[in-house]
Design a protein around this ligand. Sequence first.
Ligand code: NAG
Ligand code: NAG
Ligand code: NAG
Ligand code: NAG
Ligand code: NAG
Ligand code: NAG
Ligand code: NAG
Ligand code: NAG
Length: 512
Amino acid sequence: MFSLNKHYIIIIVCACLSYQVISARGASVSVGVNQEDDDFLNGTFPEGFMWGYATAAYQIEGAWNEDGKGESIWDHFTHRLISPIIDGSTGDIACDSYHKYAEDVELLKALGANFYRFSISWSRILPNGTNDVVNQPGIDYYNRLIDLLLENNITPMVTMYHWDLPQALQANYGGWPNESLVEHYENYARILFENFGDRVKYWITFNEPFNTCELGYGLSIAAPGILGEAIQPYLCAHTILKSHAKAYRLYESEFKPTQNGQVGITIDTEWMEPRNSSNPDHEEAAERARRFKHGWFAFPVFFGDYPPVMREMVDAASAAEGRNQSRLPTFDDNWKTLLNGSLDFLGLNHYTTELVAPGGLCLFPGWSCDQHVTKTKDPNWEGSASAWLKKVPWGLRKLINWIKDTYGNPKVLITENGWSDAGNSGLNDTQRIGYYTDYINNVMKAVILDGCNVQAYTAWSLMDNFEWANGFTDRFGVHWVNFTDPDRPRIPKASTVALKKIFDDNGFPEEK
Ligand SMILES: *[C@@H]1O[C@H](CO)[C@@H](O)[C@H](O)[C@H]1NC(C)=O
Ligand SMILES: *[C@@H]1O[C@H](CO)[C@@H](O)[C@H](O)[C@H]1NC(C)=O
Ligand SMILES: *[C@@H]1O[C@H](CO)[C@@H](O)[C@H](O)[C@H]1NC(C)=O
Ligand SMILES: *[C@@H]1O[C@H](CO)[C@@H](O)[C@H](O)[C@H]1NC(C)=O
Ligand SMILES: *[C@@H]1O[C@H](CO)[C@@H](O)[C@H](O)[C@H]1NC(C)=O
Ligand SMILES: *[C@@H]1O[C@H](CO)[C@@H](O)[C@H](O)[C@H]1NC(C)=O
Ligand SMILES: *[C@@H]1O[C@H](CO)[C@@H](O)[C@H](O)[C@H]1NC(C)=O
Ligand SMILES: *[C@@H]1O[C@H](CO)[C@@H](O)[C@H](O)[C@H]1NC(C)=O
């Protein structure tokens, strides 16, 4: 997940102005629609449903320059002279999982997790991003982790890219907007499949490419911190989609026949609810927002090309700006074929809901403006420690149903869902328990009442960790971590008990 760093609100105030103008006006019309959850459902998930926890390398590993690891864009970003991180912190040590991974596996076991979704740090394997130098100690680290998971009957699920590009690829190529990265990503993917594919059967090529591109290369609030919303995010997304397709096809042709694993991509989105659900213009705006956010990445991997509404609107905006070329690049037929159907499962990260209405004042061109929508929150929604994260459990059920209807009921793995509290909130995290209970209950409704093909649920996160631009201020863990103690002890919160019960029960059975 990602939240806007308060330091940067001032810089992007122009981008937000359009939202705020409308938001002040819109708040009064946003309520009154009956969006209440229906009753709690007792029942269980189908047999074989998978339960797990997720983390990401930069957020937990630490050891940023140990044993031959190269610098990543997040190392570089957090080490800037003027810190872009709200509390000035870095992931240099984070949860120290590079040294404490065995304890993490113990925690997962105690929680009754069937699988663990973690990410591999590209620059720990290839210090300079390219495959001319392979760092064996990096390979050894992930071998130890994978083997220990398997010894404990916990299935490894690997995210191949969770935002930490090797800095050398940023410095030498300008990062993801440069198409040269497709080849480097494919080489990296091959090294992962070759070294770990005998034991790893779930591969996620990219985590939340929206955030990599829009926040990293557009709004500059994530690494590498580049401001250039008009074109850079669209080029970044284009390279990432091609890289995904190449890795998928590589696995399909050279590894799948013997390794029998699955490859997917994790796309994040809020549920986009029309602000006024009886106004067709609001419903149309909400659908546009869904396609600009989720469809930007999902349409190409399911159908081979960007959503038609993006093509029309970005082309039109580009022409109106006097450009001779659309800001949204095009795929030729060869790329369309490689992309079309390039996933064995869809990874879904979801946290919250937006209310969407048409319009918005556009001050500079880019993804936010291109879709002509305004997003607001209902002030009645329960809030977390993160300004962007409000509890709207029915939004997840609606989103899963929309995915079923839009993409033909694909296999979905929920790869992240979770709740933040603040540093001093203690161990009795009743709000988090309420969030998980109600969100998981809505997933169950989508599966057993609506026939949606969701096969796994992943809680974010195993423990408090480095929350990107928000540093250590927003805590998403079911374990509390003391970041001032050099030993980084992990202390269970009350939610560990509640989630273990849901996992063990496979849902919410009637009490006998
Ligand atoms: C990686 O790049 C750095 C800086 O460009 C360079 O000093 C170093 O020699 C490179 N390392 C390898 C192993 O090629
Ligand atoms: C991509 O990187 C190569 C190698 O550094 C460079 O020659 C080229 O100009 C870059 N392309 C763009 C679009 O930045
Ligand atoms: C919602 O939209 C309908 C249809 O356009 C309209 O009649 C109604 O007044 C709107 N409700 C609010 C609260 O704006
Ligand atoms: C994608 O594949 C489907 C069937 O497999 C085909 O009908 C469709 O035309 C393809 N789309 C593109 C853009 O190639
Ligand atoms: C389009 O405009 C850019 C500069 O804005 C120029 O470099 C490029 O050559 C133009 N392309 C065509 C096809 O006219
Ligand atoms: C946790 O908080 C809830 C609600 O505030 C309270 O009812 C409960 O007794 C607390 N549990 C513990 C162990 O303190
Ligand atoms: C966190 O660790 C520091 C250093 O060991 C210690 O002084 C402090 O009491 C710990 N905080 C808590 C809440 O345990
Ligand atoms: C339904 O599930 C909840 C949550 O596990 C449980 O507390 C409740 O007792 C169950 N209801 C019935 C009727 O068994």
